[in-house]
Design a protein around this ligand. Structure first.
Ligand code: PLP
Length: 407
């Protein structure tokens, strides 16, 4: 079968036409929307074909299925579009972002005696995963501020086997310099992994900046509708894709066909949603910056943000994401609760990246396991609020925030 070269398509087009990527040789009567394959097992023409299908491919090169834990057609469609969207060679989808991160650590070769260097302000459960699963078997975990101008010296001094970062940090929206990190990772021979959940391929494609593995919680922007839990690892190398697939199968961490279907459907509007969310977030950030009840706003789209110029260089289309944080002038938990309880439109929810605006209070959610002084060290005050800006009319969002701020 002759493969069409989809790489000339812009991301927006690619995401809408994901079904084309999984075309088989027989397209006659094929539905435009892929059916949801609920079967746990698959039949083949004869024993010879069944035997070949265990390898995952037919002699024609088309994917073959035998048993659902090894993959299903809906997951495969999603994997192909995400691999193309991130300019990787392959992708493997998982039942959650955490399962994807776990498999990425395994595929990077983390083993007894190896060292992982990670950003200190990582998503809490990722640090939890390292501490509960990898540290007890002898993996050394070292955490640093990897936004520091001394990052190259830090990596050279530590000589890690794996480097793990997030494109934009939670909740203060610090931006990481992907080019510097990947260059020094290559220099010391470390595998580089980045969690690009907050940016999505709409804003940056870390493989183009030299990263080995890109992970996402697809539960967030990729799905975008708050109705499915999923994760993905996109790889810059075939050998790592094969390892990832082995881990997904062995750990039983694969994504179900229904959730694969929902994420594939969500992806069709990713570009539209991101465009609106980034525009809304910038307007909301500008509004909050002028508000008398607000002390500070953390958003890379504001010229006052420390990494505004880095963000402008790194992120596509002069857009800066849908997430921001701000500090209430009254830096107390009471003031934060009062603000949250007065909201009528924005949802007080711990997740992010959905079509609706969501507000979370880091001292209660993502950073609840830290002491007050640890939070202080990371710059997260008692008045810190995180906003994941949705696709609503921006005036309605601003109006809701305004009435809740004026107590
Ligand atoms: C939510 C999230 C995860 C974990 O993903 P789940 O789908 O909840 O398992 C990992 N990294 C980041 C940055 C996240 O926001």
């Amino acid at each position: 079968m002759k493969q069409f070269d989809y790489s000339s398509w812009a991301l927006d087009t690619l995401l809408v036409h994901s079904m084309k990527l999984s075309h088989t040789s027989n397209n006659s009567g094929k539905p435009t929307v892929e059916p949801i394959y609920t079967s746990t097992t698959y039949l083949h023409l004869n024993a010879e074909m069944l035997d070949q299908s265990f390898s995952g491919r037919l002699p024609t090169g088309e994917p073959a299925y035998v048993y659902a834990r090894q993959g299903n057609p809906n997951a495969r469609t999603l994997e192909e579009v995400l691999a193309q969207a991130e300019r990787g060679v392959g992708a493997v989808v998982f039942g959650s972002g955490m399962a994807a991160i776990h498999a990425a650590f395994l595929a990077s070769g983390l083993a007894p005696g190896s060292k992982i260097l990670a950003a200190q302000d990582l998503y809490g459960p990722t640090i939890g995963l390292l501490r509960t699963v990898f540290v007890p078997v002898g993996v050394e975990v070292v955490l640093y501020d990897l936004c520091s101008p001394k990052v190259t010296e830090i990596v050279r001094a530590e000589q890690p086997d794996v480097i793990y970062v997030e494109t934009i940090s939670n909740p203060l929206a610090k931006v990481i310099d992907l080019d510097i990190i990947s260059a020094v990772a290559q220099e010391v021979g470390a595998i580089s992994i980045v969690d690009s959940t907050f940016t999505t391929p709409y804003l940056v494609r870390p493989i183009e900046h030299g990263f080995d593995l890109v992970v996402h919680s697809a539960t967030k922007y990729l799905g975008g509708h708050g109705d499915s839990t999923a994760g993905v690892v996109i790889s810059a190398r075939n050998s790592m894709t094969e390892q990832l697939r082995t881990y997904a199968t062995m750990l039983g961490a694969m994504l179900s066909s229904f959730d694969s279907f929902l994420i594939t459907r969500g992806l069709k509007t990713l570009a539209l949603r991101m465009e609106r969310q980034c525009n809304n977030a910038l307007e909301v950030a500008r509004f909050l910056q002028e508000h008398t009840a607000v002390e500070r706003v953390h958003y890379p789209g504001l010229p006052a943000h420390t990494q505004h110029s880095l963000a402008t260089r790194l992120l596509r289309k002069q857009r800066y994401g849908g997430l921001l944080a701000f500090e209430l002038r009254e830096q107390t938990r009471e003031a934060a609760y009062r603000f949250m309880d007065k909201l009528r439109l924005c949802l007080p929810a711990t997740t992010l990246g959905d079509v609706y605006t969501e507000v979370s209070y880091p001292p209660m959610s993502s950073h609840r396991n830290l002491t007050a002084s640890e939070r202080q060290k990371f710059g997260i005050t008692d008045g810190c609020i995180r906003l994941s800006v949705g696709i609503e009319d921006v005036n309605d969002i601003i109006h809701d925030l305004d009435q809740a701020l004026l107590s």
